[in-house]
Design a protein around this ligand. Sequence first.
Ligand SMILES: NC(=O)c1ccc[n+]([C@@H]2O[C@H](COP(=O)([O-])OP(=O)(O)OC[C@H]3O[C@@H](n4cnc5c(N)ncnc54)[C@H](OP(=O)(O)O)[C@@H]3O)[C@@H](O)[C@H]2O)c1
Length: 334
Amino acid sequence: MTTRQIWQLESRPEGNDFVSAIRLVEEQIPPLADGEVLVKNIYLSMDAGTRMWMTAREDGYNPPLPLGSPITGLTMGYVAASNAAGFAEGDLVRGFGQWSDQSVVHAELGGLFKLDDSVEDIRQHFGVLGMNGWTALWGLIETAKIQPGENVLVSAAAGSTGMLACQIAKILGCNVYGLAGGAEKCRWLEDEIGITKAIDYKTADIGAELGQIQDGINAYFDNVAGPILDAVLPNMALYGRIALCGLMAQYSGDGRARGPEHFDQILMKRLSVIGFFSPDFMDQGERLTAQLKTWLDDSKLQMPFDVTEGLENTLDAYERLFTGANIGKVLVKL
Ligand SMILES: NC(=O)c1ccc[n+]([C@@H]2O[C@H](COP(=O)([O-])OP(=O)(O)OC[C@H]3O[C@@H](n4cnc5c(N)ncnc54)[C@H](OP(=O)(O)O)[C@@H]3O)[C@@H](O)[C@H]2O)c1
């Protein structure tokens, strides 16, 4: 096939209105340059952070996607043609491709990664063994430096990154508290994952609930920021650490918000607040995957998948991250 279907950014989305801003078009597949690989995609990973690239902000962690360009995202599939050393037709790979049935990926710049196709469920390369797993593990150990017996709080706890953070903190001997939207998610976190307590941030008085945690929160894995962070800060323990992973509360606006209320608590409690971002630990992927695989094989980690079928339904799948419709990893199956 010489053409492909591809999602293209036509305008900057307002809120969660992706349909008005992103269009599915057909185009010729560009010829492969040196170092590039053509991947026939089988799964697209829906990642909340992609929302930031759709805005015009110049000081984000990636430059904004120019209007008219394809939507970039993590994809998984089989190599259809290769101009890159180390990749051959038929290899199962994951990398930063395009929301399309076929991705052109530069092996080095697109972080192309050859995958083990013998794992029981290859979707785990986007779940436990993928970027969300790496992020959860790195954020807890290297950034928040959690210790056994500590109180660890996770926001967006029933989402892909958050639920892995909850499970890993539990494996590492912590008391785990999760914030999630809705009774079903909270029940699931307590019953299926076995965390100490889940708090429904949409209905609970979060500050009062967090105030019940004996000795305060030692480490906060924050996927959200915004008003939830405002409620967390006064409930941190002395010398607590906040690993700032993401900004769910801000992505659908212009990505900016006022600073946290209770900023003073950072001084009063001698807190550390550290942002961390996956490109900084991409070179550690093999080590992180090996650790996560051990826990997956021992059934200590699980990941439910929220799968939408068909490239044409990608925007419906993407919206689920922002309406909170998902438990676990949101994928599009092609
Ligand atoms: N730093 C890094 O390298 C890195 C890497 C990967 C992901 N991340 C970050 O991790 C976070 C989660 O991303 P993900 O892709 O794994 O998505 P996800 O957690 O699977 O889905 C997003 C979840 O966020 C919650 N949410 C949506 N809007 C919210 C709001 N206004 N306030 C509070 N919660 C809200 C929703 O759950 P509820 O029903 O609970 O609201 C939703 O399920 C994002 O902030 C992302 O940028 C960072």
